[in-house]
Ligand binder design. Structure first.
Ligand SMILES: Cc1ncc(COP(=O)(O)O)c(C=O)c1O
Length: 388
C-alpha cells in the first residue's frame, strides 16, 4: 500500500465545473470569482472576501494596503512557511521573529511583547496546520500598540477560535488553495476582512490598482471609459477556471472539514497512550480544521542538547515508514534556520529554541479527506509497531 502525505480529492462534478467558464468565455475575475467569494464570506462569517492568486499574494496585498513599507517591522512566528516572513522582506520591512509554544506550534503569546520597538507596525499570527493562534491576547496587544494584524490562515479552513472562524479577528485573514489544503484550486488564495474600505483597497491592488473592475467596465454603457488607477497595484487576480473549482468544493466544505476532524479523532484515540508521540493540541476555545496532522516526536525528552539525537531517531523512523509505503513530513520550517534569514539577521538555531525543536522533531502523518479506512488503519498499525 502507498499512502501519500496528502491527496487532492475532487468529485467529477467539481472537475467538470471548469467547463462553464471555458464555454462562457469569461476566464478571469468574472462571475465565478464573485460566486466563490460570496460562498467564502458565508462560510467564514466575514463581510468581504477577495480572491487572489495565492495566500502569499494575499499576505502581500494586505500589508501593502496598510501602508507597510521600508523601515517598518513586523512580528512573525519563527515556525511557519517561509512566505509569512518573505512578504515583509518583499515590501522592504524587517522581520522580527517570535518563538512558538511547543504545545500548539503557534506563536507564544507570552513572548510577543518583548519584540516590540517603536518601528513595530504589524503582526502576522499564523493558524498553523488548522489550529487557530491564541487570537484574544494578540488582538489586545495589537489594539494597545496600534498594529495592523494579518492572520496567516493558509491552513485555516474550518479553524475556529471561541466559536468564530479564523480570518475574522485581524484586519485581514489570508487563506491558501494550494493542493495540500482542504479546498484547492491548484494555486489560489482568499483574503477576508470586515473592513469595507480595506477590502476596496485590496481589490484595487490585486487588479493593477484599477478603481473599476473589468466586470463593471464591460457591463457599463460608455465604451470610452477606462478605469482610473489611484494605486500602483499588482496583478494578483484569480481566474474564473480556478474559482469555478473552488466554488464547487465550497458546497461540501462542511463535509470536508468534518471528515478531516473524524480522521484526526481516530488517530488521537489510537495514539492516546503513546508517551513518545504528542498528537495535535485540542483545547476548549479551539476547533481544529486539520489541514494536516502534525505530531511531536519524543516530546518528554526535548531539550536544547537532546534535539540532535531525537532528530536522528525521527529521521530513521520516517525512513522506515517510507519503506512501508507511508509518506510523512516534518511539520514545517524553522524559518530563522533557512539561509536567507540566518545570514541576513545572523541567527542561530537556539535563538528560537522551540521553533528549532519543532522543525527537527515534528512529524506530520497522512491526513486528507478521501483517506480510506484501510489506509488509515495501516498507518495506525505501523505507528504502533514503533519500538524506541
Ligand atoms: C502557514 C502558511 N503560510 C503561507 C503559505 C503560502 O500559501 P500559498 O502557497 O497559497 O502562497 C502556506 C502554504 O503552505 C502556509 O502553510
Amino acid at each position: 500500500m502507498k499512502i501519500p502525505i496528502a491527496r487532492s480529492c475532487l468529485l467529477e462534478s467539481e472537475i467538470n465545473s471548469v467547463l462553464e467558464p471555458l464555454r462562457s468565455g469569461w476566464l478571469v475575475q468574472g462571475p465565478k470569482v464573485k460566486e466563490f467569494e460570496d460562498k467564502w464570506c458565508a462560510f467564514t462569517g466575514t463581510q468581504n472576501s477577495i480572491a487572489v492568486t495565492s495566500c502569499t499574494s494575499g499576505l502581500l496585498l494586505s500589508l501593502a494596503a496598510s501602508g507597510f513599507g521600508p523601515g517598518d517591522e513586523a512580528i512573525v512566528p519563527a515556525f511557519t512557511w517561509i512566505s509569512t516572513a518573505n512578504v515583509v522582506e518583499n515590501l522592504g520591512g524587517k522581520v522580527v521573529f517570535c518563538d512558538i509554544d511547543l504545545q500548539t506550534f503557534n506563536i507564544d503569546i507570552t513572548k510577543i511583547e518583548s519584540k516590540v520597538t517603536e518601528r513595530t507596525k504589524a503582526i502576522l499570527p499564523v493558524h498553523l496546520f488548522g489550529l487557530s493562534a491564541d487570537m484574544g491576547p494578540i488582538v489586545e496587544l495589537a489594539n494597545k500598540y496600534n498594529w495592523f494584524v494579518v492572520e496567516d490562515a493558509a491552513c485555516g479552513l474550518g479553524a475556529k477560535y471561541k466559536g468564530l472562524h479564523v480570518g475574522s479577528f485581524g484586519n485581514t485573514g489570508c487563506f491558501s488553495f494550494h493542493p495540500r489544503k482542504a479546498i484547492t484550486t491548484g494555486e489560489g488564495g482568499m483574503v477576508t476582512t470586515n473592513d469595507d474600505g480595506l477590502a476596496e483597497k485590496i481589490r484595487r491592488l490585486r487588479d493593477h490598482g484599477a478603481a473599476m473592475t473589468d466586470l463593471q467596465r464591460h457591463l457599463g454603457s460608455s465604451p470610452y471609459l477606462l478605469a482610473d488607477h489611484p494605486d500602483a497595484g499588482y496583478n494578483q487576480r484569480m481566474t474564473d477556471l480556478q474559482a469555478a473549482i473552488g466554488s464547487a468544493q465550497m458546497d461540501r466544505a462542511d463535509v470536508i472539514v468534518s471528515e478531516r476532524q473524524a480522521l484526526a479523532k481516530k488517530y488521537d484515540d489510537a495514539f492516546a497512550k503513546l508517551d513518545w508521540l504528542r498528537t495535535p493540541f485540542r483545547g476548549n476555545d479551539y476547533e481544529h480544521g486539520y489541514q494536516s496532522y502534525p505530531c511531536f516526536f519524543m516530546p518528554e525528552e526535548i531539550s536544547v542538547s537532546s534535539v540532535k539525537e531525537i532528530n536522528a531517531n525521527r529521521n530513521k523512523w520516517m525512513d522506515d515508514l517510507q519503506k512501508s509505503g507511508i509518506s510523512t513530513r516534518p511539520a514545517t520550517h524553522a524559518v530563522h534556520m533557512l539561509s536567507f534569514y540566518k545570514e541576513k539577521y545572523n541567527l542561530i538555531p537556539e535563538d528560537f529554541p522551540n521553533a528549532y525543536a519543532a522543525d527537527q522533531c515534528s512529524i506530520s502523518l497522512p491526513l486528507f479527506h478521501g483517506l480510506k479506512e484501510d489506509e488509515q488503519d495501516f498507518v495506525i498499525e505501523k505507528v504502533l509497531e514503533f519500538k524506541r
